[in-house]
Design a protein around this ligand. Structure first.
Ligand code: 3PG
Ligand code: MG
Length: 398
């Protein structure tokens, strides 16, 4: 990465304003944090700073409160979890800007950590207001972006603060960019990408950009249905993206021309309705009844995808193979996930629901890297510049 990082700047005694992505899944009924990986992923930067006597001010969003104070989206539970895993008390401020917050910041001692309240309680955050960025910048001497998962958003706290403070990358952001960038720059072949999840539209840019780098694309999940439709298969009542069928057809052609093996399911699990009581039936893709929907890949597809994975030296996975929330339709996703730790090459998993599956199955320690970014990793692999990275100082400019 050609951007400066926390390692390139003197932090001792400084007020260091760190944008983190603590947008963690929270159980709506209990308010409990379901998955704290994004909090854990920020620890290296936080510890790096506290160990060097910086005064650490963390800023984050949680959920989409759309400019209003929503009590269930307060960051207090996040501060509590962070205190536990950091082994140090982390205070929470009442707001993220304003005189009261400035006062709290002034009381911080070297090595202290303070988490400010949800940035998205202010609509100015998402509109990218420069006044809001300036108000945030008043709280620090240095700005660190460690929120890789939000770096595709041109929000005030992501893209704006760097206009007012020296802005450098945190250690997580650096690791994400170097790891995902490595996939584009020097993948060890064969490079196999498994893609699933709901939408083709989310992944077209990424598919086009990685077409020249991959050897094989394995396509499952709901997005495979749009590809099957493009191949003129009957897909019954499955959800498809009608406007993206042509794009899918083009991608199939592009793959052929680039010598990439784009492999679609040969059999699928179908059902009447997506519900936890529903039962699935395996059929070949050329025998999908008009009144059924696809909910998972079938056993022959699992076998064919597994064989490709076993031959690979680099794997990138984003998106489940079926309806992973319902155990009987999560068979394909789970079978392939279980295989990842056994592979000999590098295994990289995109964020969002794929990361959650890997974590829930206790496999995170068995893969090379789990990204904390869902949308951000797709945009980055799609060759797009991330506003949160563009805003940082280039190496050698401080
Ligand atoms: C995410 O989880 O995708 C990031 O935290 C960004 O959140 P957003 O999608 O609500 O902008
Ligand atoms: Mg998102």
């Amino acid at each position: 990465m050609n951007k400066m990082t926390v390692r390139d700047i003197e932090v001792a005694g400084k007020r260091v304003l760190v944008r983190v992505d603590f947008n963690v899944p929270v159980d709506a009924a209990t308010g409990e944090i379901v998955d704290d990986n994004r909090i854990r992923a920020a620890l290296p930067t936080i510890k790096y700073l506290t160990e060097r006597n910086a005064r650490v001010i963390l800023i984050s969003h949680l959920g989409r409160p759309r400019g209003k104070v929503v009590d269930s989206l307060r960051l207090t539970p996040v501060a509590q979890r962070l205190s536990q895993i950091l082994g140090q008390q982390v205070g929470v401020a009442v707001n993220c800007v304003g005189p009261e917050v400035e006062k709290s910041v002034e009381t911080l001692q070297a090595g202290d950590v303070l988490l400010l309240e949800n940035l998205r309680f202010h609509s100015d955050e998402e509109t990218g207001s420069s006044d809001f960025a300036k108000a945030l910048a008043r709280l620090g001497d240095i700005f660190v972006n460690d929120a890789f998962g939000t770096s595709h958003r041109a929000h005030a706290s992501i893209a704006g603060i760097g206009q007012y403070l020296p802005a450098v990358a945190g250690l997580l952001l650096e690791k994400e960019i170097n790891t995902l960038g490595g996939l584009l720059e020097h993948p060890v072949h064969p490079f196999v990408s498994i893609l699933g999840g709901a939408k083709v539209s989310d992944k077209v840019g990424m598919l086009k950009n990685i077409m020249a780098k991959v050897d094989c694309l394995l396509i499952g999940g709901s997005m495979a249905t749009t590809f099957l439709k493009a191949m003129s298969y009957e897909v019954g009542t499955s959800l498809i993206e009608a406007n993206w069928v042509d794009a899918a057809a083009e991608l199939i052609k592009e793959a052929e021309m680039s010598g990439v093996r784009l492999i679609l399911p040969i059999d699928v699990v179908i059902t009447d309705e997506i519900s936890s009581e529903a039962e699935g039936t395996v059929v070949s893709v050329d025998a999908i009844p008009a009144d059924k929907k696809i909910v998972d890949i079938g056993p022959q597809t699992i076998e064919s995808f597994s064989n490709e994975l076993k031959k690979s030296w680099t794997v990138f996975w984003n998106g489940p193979m079926g309806v992973e929330e319902i155990p009987q339709f999560a068979v394909g996703t789970r079978a392939l996930a279980k295989l990842l730790p056994e592979l000999h090459g590098k295994t990289i998993v995109g964020g969002g629901s794929t990361a959650e599956v890997i974590d829930a199955m206790g496999l995170a320690g068995g893969v090379s890297f789990v990204s904390t970014g869902g949308g951000a990793s797709l945009k980055f692999l799609g060759g797009e510049e991330l506003p949160g990275v563009v805003a940082l100082r280039d190496k050698g400019t401080l």
